[in-house]
Design a protein around this ligand. Structure first.
Ligand SMILES: *Cc1c(COP(=O)(O)O)cnc(C)c1O
Length: 364
């Protein structure tokens, strides 16, 4: 059997280091925030090239707090995409603001920047691009348009640790970069965790207050805050795993190259890496007009696959009050019917990729 992801193999390869790191936290009793989390904030923000990292308890919390720090509130509009995980849009609604969707471009399924300006209204406060699957959104036009209209840029980099746009790491090109360390992400905790990265010192201070009950000092609650702090154990685990991240990304990229080579003669649409960018392949997503049949066929051969994501957010039940209907975003809607994520994780073996490619090629 070949799973879509295998987190056990990775744990086995670093078990001793992880046990040591966790034991250290247990003995220190710094179970929430503390030294390990602070060091991880410094190490991860410097890895992505940002000045400040604010560790939180999930990627969703990172998005929520970045939006609040950008001043987003009731009556405001935030432009984002329907081809994403639901958290992107939910975080906007948590602030009382309205997600305004723009369709994605067909090659990378990231925001179609040619449609951006038409979506801007006097209520627009921010653009929230998603670096879907680990490939960068087209940041240059996004930054130009946001500059021109005075909008904040909040990057959903939950799938894009270490990804690069024209030589620059993602997460600090806009005003805020939001990362998730959900266990299956390229850098995954052993529980829930996330981080906001920013180059703005005041914003970082505000984020630190917001994640910890709005406190400037103990029991001085200056603003309405949240219990969004990162656990000490997750900080310690993530510090260990960050040291392996580049190797793991390179392994993913090699696997993608192999898939590409073995599948180039197939009927499938294959992932695209725009020249000058670095795709980190959080998932390896192919496209097929017969997606559901292909998925079933692979499963019969004990090859698991997944769908990221079966419904664009604007068609989800929870977002019906936004008033979008089918046909509003044809590229995102078509993609949701065709995308299939093949097994992808650093420990995947070459012979397994060959087996998967053979099975895909045999499917008629
Ligand atoms: C994982 C993910 C999130 C949410 O992160 P959590 O840590 O699960 O809260 C947000 N956006 C995208 C694109 C994601 O993939």
């Amino acid at each position: 059997m070949i799973p879509v992801v295998d987190l056990k193999l990775q744990y086995a390869s670093i078990e001793e280091e992880i046990q040591k790191a966790i034991n250290k936290v247990l003995k220190s009793s710094q179970y929430i925030l503390g030294e390990e989390v602070q060091k991880f904030e410094e190490e991860f923000s410097s890895y992505v090239g940002g000045k400040f990292g604010v560790a939180v308890n999930s990627g969703t919390s990172a998005l929520h707090l970045a939006l609040l720090a950008a001043g987003i509130g009731p009556g405001d509009e935030v432009i984002t995409v329907p081809a994403t995980f639901v958290a992107t849009a939910a975080a906007i609604v948590y602030c009382g603001a309205r997600p305004v969707f723009v369709d994605v471009q067909p090659e990378t399924l990231t925001i179609d920047t040619t449609q951006l300006e038409a979506a801007i209204t006097p209520r627009t406060k921010a653009i929230l691009p998603v670096h879907l699957y680990g490939h960068p959104a087209d940041m240059k036009p996004i930054l130009e348009i946001s500059d021109k209209h005075g909008l904040a840029v909040i990057e959903d980099a939950a799938q894009a640790h270490g990804a690069e746009y024209q030589g620059q790491r993602l997460g600090c090109m806009g005003n805020y970069g939001c990362f998730s360390f959900y266990p299956s992400k390229n850098l995954g905790a052993y529980g829930e965790a996330g981080m906001v990265v920013t180059n703005d010192k005041e914003a970082a201070e505000r984020l630190r207050m917001l994640r910890d009950w709005g406190q400037s000092r103990k029991y001085h609650h200056d603003v309405l805050g949240f219990n969004y702090r990162m656990d000490g154990i997750q900080g310690a685990v993530l510090r260990v795993k960050l040291r392996y991240l580049e190797d793991w990304i390179e392994a993913r990229r090699k696997h993608a190259e192999r898939y590409q080579r073995l599948l180039s003669s197939s009927q499938l649409g294959l992932p695209v890496e725009i020249s000058g960018n670095r795709h980190v392949y959080y998932v390896y997503v192919v496209r097929s007009k017969q997606r559901d049949k292909l998925q079933k066929y692979l499963l019969e051969k004990d090859i698991h696959s997944a769908i990221h994501y079966p419904h664009p957010v604007h068609l989800e039940e929870a977002f019906q009050d936004l008033g979008y209907s089918e046909g509003a975003f044809p590229v995102a809607e078509q993609a949701a019917k065709e995308v299939l994520s093949l097994p992808m994780y650093p420990e995947l073996r070459d012979d397994q990729i060959e087996m998967i490619a053979e099975a895909v090629q045999a499917f008629k």
